[in-house]
Design a protein around this ligand. Structure first.
Ligand SMILES: NC(=O)c1ccc[n+]([C@@H]2O[C@H](COP(=O)([O-])OP(=O)(O)OC[C@H]3O[C@@H](n4cnc5c(N)ncnc54)[C@H](OP(=O)(O)O)[C@@H]3O)[C@@H](O)[C@H]2O)c1
Length: 289
């Protein structure tokens, strides 16, 4: 593994230090994260390139595929390189129609943790994020997070995070067990969680934006394109560089199914954003929100 990955590292707990440039594995499954990859050999090659680049934060879930992406992670990387930390998610399941309904009952969560252990081939999970849905009330996190806290006490999980949550839900979860990461929808054009981003930085909690590149709806903004042209980068690279600049506890998990795009995302961490570019980029707002 390379010793110097641009962007540096972030320490989240005694057992969890990761590179700020990570990788999200969702795109390795078929369309809508369902079914086998379009190009299986390239998917395995992307995962090996992630490790070879020195990335130590790999974000996955057993419901990507379902099961298939964790199988690829294991096939490509097991026995895992020293230092690699795998973050996974529980709290949803997949339907044949490619839906993602909640799966937050005790038996579903226990099963999901064991499925992740089995399919990744590990004795304990480095980081498990509890995925909530946007519609649940603050207290709805208590029961499912308590189940994960118990599994942590049993040694099956080393660290806990939360996903798709409100600030109130994070604070409620913190009263049950330490929360080291918050994984919510956030990017340069979707900044509903600005206050939560700042609060996480104050608390030393990682904020891990999903859809850092816009997910299924690529980011588009004139200011992004202008900054990219001025700085000799791509708009996506500027969007990632902006996120790294936005908060010291921001971690990137951009998704891609190709090595070429992975290399571009890694290189984004070398881009310095001058004040003038930052002022324009900070003003980008998504008209839809
Ligand atoms: N907690 C949650 O509820 C939740 C929800 C969604 C996602 N996630 C996590 O967040 C991670 C990131 O989200 P995401 O992958 O859905 O969205 P994303 O990172 O915002 O965007 C990925 C998309 O950007 C494209 N892309 C990446 N680099 C590119 C480049 N250099 N040029 C052109 N296109 C490029 C990818 O296509 P190519 O494959 O062609 O590169 C893919 O279509 C996921 O992998 C997953 O781990 C979590």
């Amino acid at each position: 593994m390379s010793d110097v990955l641009p962007g540096g590292t972030l320490r989240l707990s005694e057992t969890l230090t990761v590179t700020r440039v990570g990788y999200g594995a969702l795109q390795l499954a078929g369309p809508m994260a369902y079914g086998p990859p379009r190009d299986r050999d390239e998917a395995l090659a992307v995962l090996r390139a992630v490790a070879a680049a020195g990335i130590t934060h790999l974000d996955t879930s057993d419901y990507y595929g379902p099961h298939l992406v964790n199988g690829l992670v294991r096939e490509a990387l097991h026995p895992y390189p020293e230092g690699l930390r795998i973050a996974t998610k529980v709290g949803a399941r997949r339907t044949a129609e490619r839906g993602w309904p909640a799966a937050l009952s005790r038996p579903e969560l226990v099963q999901a943790v064991h499925d992740n252990l089995d399919h990744l081939g590990v004795e304990a999970l480095d980081l498990v994020n509890l995925r909530m849905t946007d519609t649940l009330a603050a207290d709805d996190i208590v029961e499912p997070f308590t189940v994960l806290a118990e599994l942590r006490e049993q040694g099956l999980i080393r660290n806990l995070g939360v996903s798709n949550v409100s600030a109130q839900q994070v604070r409620t979860a913190q009263r049950i067990a330490p929360v080291v990461a918050v994984q919510n929808h956030y990017n340069i054009a979707f900044r509903q969680d600005d206050a939560l981003v700042d609060w996480c930085a104050e608390q030393g909690i990682a904020f891990v934006p999903f859809w850092p590149l816009g997910g299924f709806r690529p980011l588009q903004a004139k200011a992004l394109e202008q900054a990219a042209a001025d700085l000799g980068a791509t708009p996506r690279q500027i969007a990632l560089a902006w996120l790294l600049h936005r908060s010291p506890t921001m971690l990137l998990i951009p998704g891609t199914s190709t090595r070429a795009h992975l290399a571009q995302s890694i290189a984004a961490a070398t881009i310095a954003l001058p004040d003038r570019a930052l002022r324009t980029l900070n003003a980008i707002a998504d008209p839809a929100h």
